[in-house]
Design a protein around this ligand. Structure first.
Ligand SMILES: Cc1cc2nc3c(=O)[nH]c(=O)nc-3n(C[C@H](O)[C@H](O)[C@H](O)COP(=O)(O)OP(=O)(O)OC[C@H]3O[C@@H](n4cnc5c(N)ncnc54)[C@H](O)[C@@H]3O)c2cc1C
Length: 393
């Protein structure tokens, strides 16, 4: 019997699922990606757009129309409803039925969630926003740059720290280091709390060692553009000359509307087979044939913190899910498991990045190590961009 796999979302995780599946399934089976945008973009490249090492949009975006060359169907539509029991998906372009559903709708940012964000803060998490930020940094004549994180969890936990380090390097190289103050405010108690206190202390040392002022446990309440002030919980405030925000994140409406989310705001997901969980403690799954990959998933680690939202995990999860769907279609046992291991590269400026790697599924805490920044780390991070050629050549 010919089967149809509906992949909801054509971002990093969704496209990884679609390409992997296409490589493992015969042409008689359909792989359909439902994505509202007509372009794919790769988050990490935003940082290099900010520094001016990459140009927006040419170095960042690729047209999803290219998927057809790989025998992947792309429906440009918004998912408006998911019936995971009957494997039916409502979209703005009609209703589709599938044999398998892979939810890869990510985590959406909504800057309007912080009053005053829109119009006053540069949004690093938006490629066009990163390009505008680049122009603003080029024109910056010195003063106070404030970077803030709106809420947790957010995509790519090291990103604000990378932004701070890259900006410090840019300003120093332009001979403006002494004229520039950089402050980083976050509601987190330390950098990357999931990785434990030692890694947090190392990352904190990385930023503070470069003169960046770090302010943990600060929750932004609003921004007053007329007085150029950012106001935090408890009526604390800071002035700024240039403001950069990590916007608030939440699960997309279609994910919440499907009734699949829990108190984490995202979909409780089996850590190894990426199926929706009915009971988190017992790891009891439900909804056979329905999988979640990437940022829409909530995977609780042994230390009770969530697995970070990162493309490297979305891609590995996609490989697991694609392999298991292909096995199921062939009538074989689903054996692939996602092991919680991953590598991230923390841009440190001056052409260097620190490589962090480890096992997030280790007990009782993730076992992570970080190497000092090196040119090799930076080159390894640039390897992410290969996806743009592999998928869209
Ligand atoms: C600045 C920045 C730097 C980053 N750096 C790194 C890094 O160095 N390493 C790393 O591993 N990760 C990094 N990330 C994180 C990474 O980009 C995400 O974790 C990854 O994209 C998650 O993949 P995903 O498929 O779950 O979600 P996404 O890639 O966000 O894809 C979700 C897709 O679903 C679509 N969608 C949502 N709702 C609907 C709907 N209702 N109907 C149709 N389509 C819909 C969206 O348009 C989107 O295309 C970074 C992110 C940013 C923003």
């Amino acid at each position: 019997m010919n089967k149809t796999v509906l992949v909801l979302g054509g971002g990093w995780g969704g496209l990884a699922v679609a390409y992997r599946l296409r490589g493992q399934l015969g042409a008689e089976h359909r792989v359909v990606v439902i994505e509202k945008n007509d372009k794919f973009s790769l988050g990490p490249v935003n940082l290099w757009v900010m520094t001016g090492d990459r140009k927006y949009p040419d170095d960042v975006e690729r047209p999803l129309s290219a998927l057809v060359r790989k025998d992947i169907e792309w429906l440009q539509a918004e998912v408006t409803g998911i019936d995971p029991v009957n494997k039916t998906v409502q979209t703005t372009a009609g209703t589709l039925n599938g044999d398998y559903i892979v939810i890869a709708l990510g985590s959406e940012s909504y800057p309007e969630g912080v009053p005053g964000f829109v119009g006053n803060a540069y949004n690093l998490f938006d490629a066009a926003g990163a390009a505008r930020l680049h122009d603003a940094l080029q024109q910056f004549k010195g003063g106070k740059i404030v970077i803030f994180v709106s809420n947790t969890p957010f995509r790519c936990p090291p990103a604000p720290y990378e932004a701070a380090l890259l900006i410090e390097s840019m300003m120093r190289r332009r001979g403006m280091g002494d004229l520039t103050e950089i402050h980083l405010y976050t509601p987190e108690s330390q950098p990357m709390p999931v990785a434990g206190p030692e890694i947090g202390a190392m990352l904190r040392q990385m930023v503070e060692g470069r003169g960046i002022k770090y302010h943990p446990n600060e929750k932004v309440m609003r921004i007053d553009g007329s007085s150029k002030k950012i106001i935090f919980e408890g009526d604390k405030e800071s002035n700024y000359d240039l403001l950069i925000g990590v916007p608030p994140h939440r699960a997309p409406r279609a994910v919440v509307g499907a009734g699949l989310t829990d108190s984490s705001g995202y979909i409780p997901t089996h850590p190894q087979n990426l199926r929706v969980l009915a009971n988190v403690e017992e790891l009891e799954t439900r909804l056979p044939g329905v999988y979640v990959v990437g940022d829409s998933a909530s995977i609780t680690l042994f230390n009770l913190k969530p697995l970070p939202k990162a493309g490297v995990f979305a891609e590995e999860q996609a490989a697991t899910v694609a392999s298991n769907i292909a096995s199921d279609i062939r009538g074989e046992e689903q054996r692939a498991v996602f092991d919680g291991k991953g590598v991230c590269y923390i841009e440190a400026g001056d052409g260097m990045a620190a490589e962090g790697s480890g096992n997030f599924y280790a007990y009782p805490n993730p076992r992570i190590s970080i190497n000092p920044p090196s040119p090799e780390g930076h080159k390894a991070k640039e390897e992410f961009e290969k996806l743009l050629t592999t998928w869209f050549a």
